[in-house]
Design a protein around this ligand. Structure first.
Ligand code: C2E
Ligand code: CA
Ligand code: CA
Ligand code: CA
Length: 279
């Protein structure tokens, strides 16, 4: 009722103020989040379609905000990039994932590849190689078990840079994946120069793969491309048995999604791995 007396532009200004305030609060909170240990890593299994075995895990960051609860990464990762916080956050993710891998190893669990997402800014950061080397050294993780996911659009920002950086990372023995593949308009002529291990089919194509013949054709084309280039192909966002059987029929290698398991805390992965028969 109080607002009725004001005109639209006043209301708009108030809303803008409110939004700006939210943004500022979130920024200030994000700056403190690392120190206050509000970040967590969740892990989501990647399953080999032909055998049903878990072969890898994708690490996904979670922010447990003291007042707001879980803030989704889609909301704070872009903000962290904007305000220059992605480097320390990214370093924390890398380190935490490697330490977790080490502790699963110490428990005698079978070694699984752990995939870490690199944002565009992080990928272009000059310290990247050095930080990865330091982390590998400190955690003594075998580099073949560390997978880096770089989005297709980040990889296409500066092709020369990407080729050179990926070459260095591959020489270090890391596993390289192009994430969200199919959404970033990479030319095949460029793609063939990227030293890669894996292509990850974007969830937007998997979602309607059963009903939508265009999406089915795109997925099938990506799998064929992967086979031609000798790359592994992963489908993300698999939610139903119908999606899975379609992916099996086109010989997609790996699948990841709620159908198997949502992203879960490390402890739940430990339990899952203890139950699994890896013989
Ligand atoms: P992404 O790398 O494409 O990650 C896949 C997203 O799909 C995750 O969302 C995951 O929880 C979700 N997902 C997995 N299976 C299913 C499914 O079956 N159905 C549906 N609808 N969704 C599924 P999440 O964890 O919210 O992450 C969103 C994005 O935030 C990620 O997209 C990635 O771009 C970014 N992100 C997450 N963690 C990190 C991180 O540690 N570092 C960086 N730089 N970015 C991250
Ligand atoms: Ca990813
Ligand atoms: Ca993705
Ligand atoms: Ca995505």
């Amino acid at each position: 009722a109080k607002k009725l007396g004001r005109n639209n532009s006043q209301l708009f200004a108030e809303e803008m103020h409110h939004e700006a305030l939210n943004q500022l609060t979130l920024e200030a909170d994000l700056r403190r989040a690392l120190i206050q240990e509000e970040f967590l890593l969740y892990y989501q299994p990647q399953v080999e379609i032909s055998t049903g075995r878990i072969v890898g895990l994708e690490a996904l960051i979670r922010w447990q905000h003291p007042k707001l609860g879980f803030v989704p990464p889609d909301q704070f990762i872009p903000l962290a990039e904007e305000i220059g916080l992605i480097a320390p956050i990214g370093q924390w993710v890398l380190q935490t994932a490697c330490i977790q891998h080490q502790s699963w190893q110490a428990e005698g669990l079978p070694p699984l590849r752990i995939a870490v997402n690199l944002s565009a800014r992080q990928f272009h950061q000059s310290q990247l190689i050095k930080i990865i080397l330091q982390t590998l050294e400190a955690t003594e993780i075998d580099p073949q078990y560390l997978e880096l996911e770089i989005t297709e659009s980040a990889a296409m920002q500066d092709v020369e840079f990407t080729i050179q950086t990926l070459q260095e990372l591959r020489e270090m023995g890391l596993h390289i994946t192009i994430d969200d593949f199919g959404t970033g308009y990479s030319s095949l002529n460029v793609l063939k120069h990227f030293p890669l291990n894996t292509l990850k089919i974007d969830r937007s194509f998997v979602q309607d793969i059963v009903e939508n013949s265009s999406d089915a054709a795109i997925a099938q084309t990506i799998v064929a491309l992967g086979q031609g280039l000798k790359l592994q192909v992963v489908a993300e966002g698999v939610e139903t048995p119908q999606q899975l059987s379609f992916l099996r029929s086109i010989h997609c290698d790996l699948a990841q999604g709620y159908y198997f398991c949502p992203p879960v805390p490390a402890i739940e992965i430990t339990q899952l791995l203890r139950q699994s028969d890896f013989s």
